[in-house]
Design a protein around this ligand. Structure first.
Ligand code: NAD
Length: 439
């Protein structure tokens, strides 16, 4: 089944079959929420925000924790906890994924919800930020149990979500089928409401181009940067990509189509490398059937650790959070890091990369293609008008181009890195909307 997420999950390569959860935040010194707020404060200081406004913008609008107990197929009771954090709603309905993963808790949801507030503002979508999910390993449940769990969750949160309130989307271990169940359950209670979730199957009011949107957006983001920095084009450049799920595999396909040489790819089962470039269409086929990249004929093995410090032009982390840390940032040899994953670089590593002159294209811009096409899906649902794939692609490119132009201008004017510029742009937009609406 095709999957399209605003924060994780597979499609292109490994259609979700409720595999054991893979992507999670690595354990690190700061919590996810503290990390986001660290970057927020760095930008807020430059903007001279008053401590009160700062506190108001950082404080989540609502945090919800619900019991989602269900009867398991065995007849026993399965007890699970669901979360939904709604971070900010000043610029529109709140938007963000739902993940089914054992690490889901309030802090993880807080960090990711706040990231969504800033991400939607960076690409100027009329949304605020939200995130949530259920603390569960979906690999331990049958499809019928997952459906019951999903419907139970909707029953518990239906009064705080809605097409004009909070619009969930897939994330880690949730997919288009889960979104279809959410739409159906919510519609039973509130009447026909396709716009209550995005990332739905194309046959059920989903958008064309949603599945590949994040990977496509990653490559658009990179191209804008290369053009602006006078560094030519993708063709001929050497890439190392960590993660070969939805984001990584689509990004690799688009890089390959443009003549980029993807010389190393890794997933949870290890990696493969080929100095002249991997044959990406064949690797996608190999990973689809074998569910991992390891063992790809004609390529040598490489570990995830070695991939991150490989001698390439561009490093693209597209799997885990917190993989570039204080302990390996000095060894990164790429001159450009494109953050396709959410929060792959810890704040300390970010400083080390900056000291070493390595440019980082930040996650809140780079991987915003997914939520951007979710916005197109929502707009199509509301208008009851379907866009062609070409229109989706062209509008996505326009959004990424305009977002980059703004970031680059602010980075130059303020003499800051692109991440700080992204936060300055986002905080400015959210702050102005908040003030104009009145507290
Ligand atoms: P996915 O589940 O489809 O794929 C994840 C990939 O990471 C898989 O190839 C998996 O094997 C690999 N992986 C897992 N653990 C690993 C490990 N320990 N070492 C190396 N590789 C490992 O997820 P996705 O949708 O591609 O998301 C990837 C990242 O992109 C996540 O950080 C997610 O939050 C972020 N993101 C995704 C989207 C989207 O639309 N899918 C949007 C924004 C951000």
């Amino acid at each position: 089944m095709a999957t399209a997420t605003e924060g994780g999950s597979s499609g292109h390569v490994a259609d979700i079959s409720w595999q054991s959860p893979t992507v999670a935040y690595n354990r690190r010194s700061m919590s996810g929420f503290e990390e986001v707020n660290h970057y927020f404060r760095k930008a807020a200081r430059i903007m001279d925000l008053s401590p009160r406004v700062e506190r108001m913008l950082v404080t989540p609008f609502r945090e919800v924790k619900v019991d989602v107990s269900i009867t398991l197929d065995s007849g026993e009771l399965g007890t699970f906890i669901g979360y939904r954090v709604q971070h900010d709603r000043s610029r529109g309905p709140m938007k963000g994924g739902l993940r089914y993963h054992p690490t889901v808790d309030m802090d993880e949801a807080l960090g990711l919800a706040s990231l969504m507030t800033w991400k939607t503002a960076v690409v100027n979508l009329p949304y605020g930020g939200a995130k949530g999910g259920i603390s569960v390993d979906p690999a331990t449940l049958t499809p019928r149990e997952l459906e019951r769990l999903t419907r139970r969750f909707v029953q518990q949160i239906h009064d705080i979500i809605g097409p004009q309130t909070d619009i969930p989307a897939p994330d880690l271990n949730t997919n288009a089928q889960v979104m279809a169940w959410i739409m159906d359950e919510y519609s039973r209670m509130h009447g026909f409401s396709p716009a209550v979730v995005t990332g739905k199957p194309v046959d059920l009011f989903g958008s064309r181009g949603r599945e590949e949107a994040t990977g496509r957006g990653v490559v658009f983001a990179l191209e804008e940067y290369l053009k602006d920095a006078g560094q030519g084009e993708v063709r001929g450049k050497r890439f190392a990509v960590q993660g070969f799920g939805n984001v990584g595999s689509w990004a690799c396909r688009f890089l390959h189509e443009r003549g980029g040489r993807v010389v190393a790819v890794a997933d949870a089962g290890g990696g493969v490398q080929a100095p002249d470039g991997l044959d990406i269409p064949k690797l996608i086929e190999h990973a689809r059937t074998g569910r991992r990249v390891a063992g790809f004929p004609g390529a040598d093995a490489i570990t995830n650790e070695a991939l991150l410090v490989l001698d390439v032009d561009v490093l693209i982390p597209a799997a885990l959070g917190g993989v570039i840390t204080e302990s390996n940032a000095r060894d990164v040899r790429a001159r450009l890091v494109v953050e396709a994953a959410n929060a792959p670089t810890t704040p300390r590593a970010d400083e080390i990369l900056a000291e070493r002159g390595v440019t980082v294209l930040p996650d809140i811009f780079v991987n915003a293609g997914g939520v951007t096409v979710s916005y197109f899906e929502w707009a199509q649902n509301i208008q009851q008008f379907t866009w062609e794939a070409e229109r989706v692609e062209a509008e996505l490119q326009r959004h990424m181009r305009e977002a980059y132009a703004t970031l680059a201008r602010v980075a130059r004017e303020r003499k800051v890195d692109l991440r700080t510029a992204a936060f300055i742009v986002a905080i400015g937009r959210v702050g102005r909307a908040t003030v104009l609406r009145g507290v």
